[in-house]
Design a protein around this ligand. Structure first.
Ligand code: OOB
Length: 538
């Protein structure tokens, strides 16, 4: 075991479970680079990626990644290193991602929107040695300044690289400089994903080659991807959903073509669907609603679309129904989490199932229990917290032993914090949530993190952040504040205050209400379930 995979930081699968998953053929001993190489060899001249006028075949993508990986090895990157990666949805991301994996190092995938504040936390927990960011040329200078500050403030960070988009050829090393991909063990960490956190600090999710690739292969099969499939990728590339459910990795496994859209808006995506005859796209419910209501709907030929995957937040049955009534496209609900477990409604499910449930687990060996408040398992049809363990669900967050004590049961189940039940056909239905997060259009935001950032504000005596129901986004961020004296405080000021702390823009509050008091629970916590705070001033 490597030093950075010590028992403290990485909780491995038990030996008996690992050998069971191998025996069942779930874990096949393949690393990401084996997987990627196999895909690229198999589908060599197929187009893997398209963004605007740029195209890469599978063969070309592999060559670029191998060159970049060789370059990183030449820079002294080793298989012990974590590399924080941040990219918009552009071709460069794939080259950097597979280049890092080629070098044997482990990417830490960060959403492009993360600010310096979040990045610093991620670097500190992962003890990352490198930070690589791909940016539009216009943003290069700002990105470089942020990277320099990150390096100054984080002693683990030794190497930073800002790559301007569409100049990746700068890394085209001569053939002779190519070195072989570093061999790593398939049961070790392949990369870290970020969890939508309930705590002040981000939680990093260690996924192994074995476990993650199993979910990718199965997802590609469940979603019926093949060499003819054309996927439009609109969700942020660093997120688990567009990465593997079935995402671009599922597409690569099947030899499909992935098209990158500049934005998720209908005026950009609908013409692309028509022009390229896109067959699949994954959306969060808020985007589905935007597409559903778009005036562009009638102006473009969308008949090539076979399937729309929707997940990341609850899709209300009314909206699902509106969708299936209007579009002649299969709806596939996806309930998943970066920690592992993913459920899909199947493509041949009856409409009722597709509209009202979040589908079935990937693997018969995904163990899902519904438990009551005391931790006792409930029966089929009964509602409680969803907990799970299985061949691709983590056993602990990276380097957070105290968080693990509360996020996992003693017998190794991950407590999802989601509430739901399993219907008589084995489909899961998510009905609510126990965990204190805000799900704003699929983006997971930790109220306690925003609270801890705002409490330092000189005018703020106490603060409570909650998700306020929103028709389109599901939830918006609402901040209740008690000021020291009757100071005036505006939403604009609050947002500016957070921006000055270099917080991701997704976390900026949408609404502010100044109140005189909060309602407290018996143990003195702010009662966030109280519908309204009693004494409001505005
Ligand atoms: C996906 O992953 P994360 O890690 O950003 O968020 C997971 C959480 C779940 O625990 C649940 O609270 C919520 O997002 N969620 C859903 C949902 N899909 C995710 N809640 C209700 N209905 C759904 N369909 O969001 C993610 C990862 C892989 C595939 C799809 C989504």
């Amino acid at each position: 075991m490597k030093c950075n995979e010590s028992a403290l930081s990485f909780v491995p699968y038990s030996q008996s479970r690992a050998s069971f998953y191998r025996k069942k053929g779930y874990w096949i001993g393949e690393t990401f680079i084996d997987f990627f190489k196999n895909c690229c060899n198999k589908y060599g001249d197929n187009i893997a990626l398209i963004h605007q006028n740029r195209k890469l075949t599978y063969k070309q993508l592999f060559t670029h990644a191998a060159r970049y990986g060789s370059y990183l090895i030449g820079q002294g990157i080793t298989e012990d290193d974590f590399i924080v990666v941040q990219s918009p949805n552009r071709i460069e991301h794939f080259i950097v991602m597979f280049g890092i994996l080629y070098s044997g190092a482990k990417p830490v995938f960060c959403l492009d929107g993360l600010g310096e504040y979040e990045l610093s936390n991620v670097i500190s927990i992962s003890q990352a040695r490198c930070y690589i960011r791909t940016v539009n040329k216009d943003d290069q200078e700002v990105a470089q300044k942020i990277a320099d500050r990150l390096k100054q403030n984080n002693s683990s960070l030794k190497y930073i690289e800002i790559i301007p988009i569409s100049e990746i050829d700068a890394f085209n090393l001569p053939e002779s400089d190519l070195v072989p991909a570093r061999r790593v063990s398939p049961d070790t960490i392949a990369f870290l994903l970020l969890s939508g956190g309930t705590t002040g600090v981000p939680k990093l999710i260690p996924r192994t080659h074995d476990d993650y690739l199993y979910s990718v292969r199965e997802s590609a099969k469940i979603c019926d991807l093949n060499e003819k499939s054309k996927l439009l990728l609109v969700l942020p590339i660093a997120h688990n959903f567009p990465m593997s459910s079935p995402g671009f990795l599922g597409a690569f496994y099947a030899g499909s073509c992935v098209y990158l859209a500049d934005t998720a808006s209908p005026d950009v995506c609908f013409p692309m669907i028509e022009k390229y005859k896109i067959s699949q796209v994954s959306l969060v419910p808020s985007l589905l609603m935007l597409w559903l209501d778009s005036v562009f709907y009638d102006r473009f030929d969308l008949t090539s679309l076979r399937v729309i995957q929707v997940g990341g937040a609850k899709l209300l049955p009314e909206i699902a129904k509106q969708f299936v009534d209007k579009f002649n496209i299969v709806l596939q609900q996806v309930y998943g989490m970066a920690e592992g477990l993913v459920n899909y409604t199947r493509l041949d499910d009856v409409l009722e199932t597709t509209i009202t449930t979040q589908g079935k687990k990937i693997s018969i060996d995904d163990e899902i229990l519904i438990i009551n408040e005391d931790g006792y398992p409930l029966g089929q049809g009964e509602t409680g917290q969803i907990i799970t363990k299985g061949p691709y669900t983590i056993n602990g967050y990276y380097n957070l032993p105290n968080v693990n004590k509360v996020s996992f049961t003693d017998d190794g189940y991950y407590k999802t914090g989601d509430v739901g039940y399993i219907d008589s056909n084995g489909n899961i239905v998510v009905t609510g949530r126990l965990k204190d997060i805000i799900n704003k259009g699929g983006e997971k935001i930790s109220p306690s993190e925003i609270e801890s950032l705002l409490i330092d504000h000189p005018s703020i005596k106490d603060v409570s952040v909650v998700g306020e129901p929103d028709k389109i986004l599901g939830e918006k961020i609402k901040v209740y504040i008690i000021t020291h004296q009757a100071e005036k405080l505006t939403l604009q000021e609050l947002r500016k205050y957070l921006l000055n702390k270099h917080v991701a823009w997704q976390k900026l509050p949408d609404k502010l209400e100044i109140v005189k008091t909060f309602e407290y629970t018996l143990i003195g916590k702010v009662n966030k379930r109280a519908k309204a705070y009693p004494i409001s001033e505005s």
